[in-house]
Design a protein around this ligand. Structure first.
Ligand SMILES: Nc1ncnc2c1ncn2[C@@H]1O[C@H](COP(=O)(O)OP(=O)(O)OP(=O)(O)O)[C@@H](O)[C@H]1O
Ligand SMILES: Nc1ncnc2c1ncn2[C@@H]1O[C@H](COP(=O)(O)OP(=O)(O)OP(=O)(O)O)[C@@H](O)[C@H]1O
Lengths: 217, 217
């Protein structure tokens, strides 16, 4: 389990901080807005109100001893860059930073961010991929033109067995796993009968994912 | 191939519009800002400058004949809601809308959005999952506590065969696919020797993904 500082608690920072805590890590969540801090206080390990560009404040909060920091301020470029610089100077080994655009992101990489995320752009790309295949609810790209998708089972897919559906022959996609309630079956058997509410995890070319039988949603 | 209207060309809308075009769909990209329209003009099928809350403008642009619309304005709640209402009234069968928060999203669902996306929150959740497992560069959640991840091959993983690595025994994760340059091998053979630059696609419990051998990045 890691000690992580999440600096900035907008929608992105708040989601990272609370989810990391749920996953069992020790999370320090910081924001200059008291309201933002209050909103997450019950869902993170520690929370504090402070200016994340202030080196003294960061040092006092123990950010220098953390395994990682997530700089989650992005609409204020100066604050985002300053914060990243301070965190890097404190010796934090891993820094993930949110960027507003490619130029901002390249600057963050130069001043110490090991990884830069672009929430709006990355989500836009995913929506384009899952949109094109209406049965797809989520998407992980593996290679250009090839991906893994989550297909909710509903409508015409429910009640049919995997062997009978034969997605590989019908659409060219391979079924990797079946998710039913909290259970995950890897390489499910052809005899398995699909039920409404199941999720199929499949792999295939983008154009094959598009040709999956519509689940009528 | 579908006809899609992307209404609003911020970072999210711009990414959706250009990626959908790259995937071969017919895309109409609309924004009230001339500069935003100019920025995508060469990367989409059609682009137009208009107020996306204006029913007449939408009708004239032929939005009513489209297969789907993506409402990509979110910081202006009123514009986002009005636009969704107008698009739904024009009879567009599928509407995806970006929301600023859960309340905004529930309103959009009530006025016609079939699917609502939360870019900052969704990316925050993904970062939390891939952060927790430092070898993971991308993540698709399959079930609570279980996911599919992309692991770049570098450092200590390179030069070893899958059979020799035996990730299933060492970390409890299952290798689903190997991505090398533009090729994707599903269920790669144990004899396959990993090379720097490969991507492994693996499935496993979140805590097992965290225990994957570090690739030294
Ligand atoms: N210097 C600072 N010190 C501490 N917190 C800050 C500082 N500057 C901004 N913040 C906080 O960072 C959070 C995120 O700010 P940001 O400007 O990135 O908003 P945003 O882009 O709308 O975020 P998101 O897209 O994640 O919702 C806000 O809650 C804000 O109060
Ligand atoms: N009524 C409108 N008609 C047309 N375009 C609009 C209208 N209102 C806003 N827009 C455009 O929508 C785009 C996205 O606006 P939004 O307010 O969602 O910004 P944003 O939240 O920063 O977007 P993103 O997060 O995707 O970068 C902007 O380019 C803006 O010009």
């Amino acid at each position: 389990k890691r000690q992580v500082a999440v600096l900035g608690l907008g929608r992105f920072g708040q989601a990272v901080a609370t989810e990391l805590t749920r996953l069992g890590h020790e999370v320090l969540a910081v924001d200059s807005s008291g309201r933002a801090v209050q909103e997450v206080a019950n869902d993170v390990t520690h929370s504090a109100q402070a200016d994340v560009t202030d080196a003294d404040a960061l040092r006092e909060l123990g950010v220098g001893d953390m395994d990682a920091a997530i700089v989650a301020v992005s609409s204020n470029l100066e604050a985002s860059i300053l914060c990243t610089v301070q965190v890097q100077r404190l010796g934090v080994p891993r820094i993930i930073a949110k960027a507003a655009n490619a130029l901002h992101g390249s600057i963050l990489e130069r001043v110490g961010a090991n990884r830069v995320v672009y929430p709006e752009r990355e989500t836009g790309l995913r929506v384009a991929h899952s949109f094109a295949a209406p049965s797809v609810r989520d998407y992980l790209d593996v290679a250009p033109g090839y991906g893994i998708a989550r297909v909710p089972v509903a409508g015409t897919l429910a009640g049919r067995s995997l062997g009978n559906l034969d997605l590989k022959r019908a659409s060219g996609v391979t079924v990797l796993a079946l998710h039913r309630h909290e259970r995950v079956m890897l390489h499910p058997a052809p005899a398995e009968v699909l039920r409404e509410g199941d999720d199929l995890i499949v792999a295939g070319l983008d154009e094959d994912l598009e040709r999956l039988p519509s689940t009528g949603t």
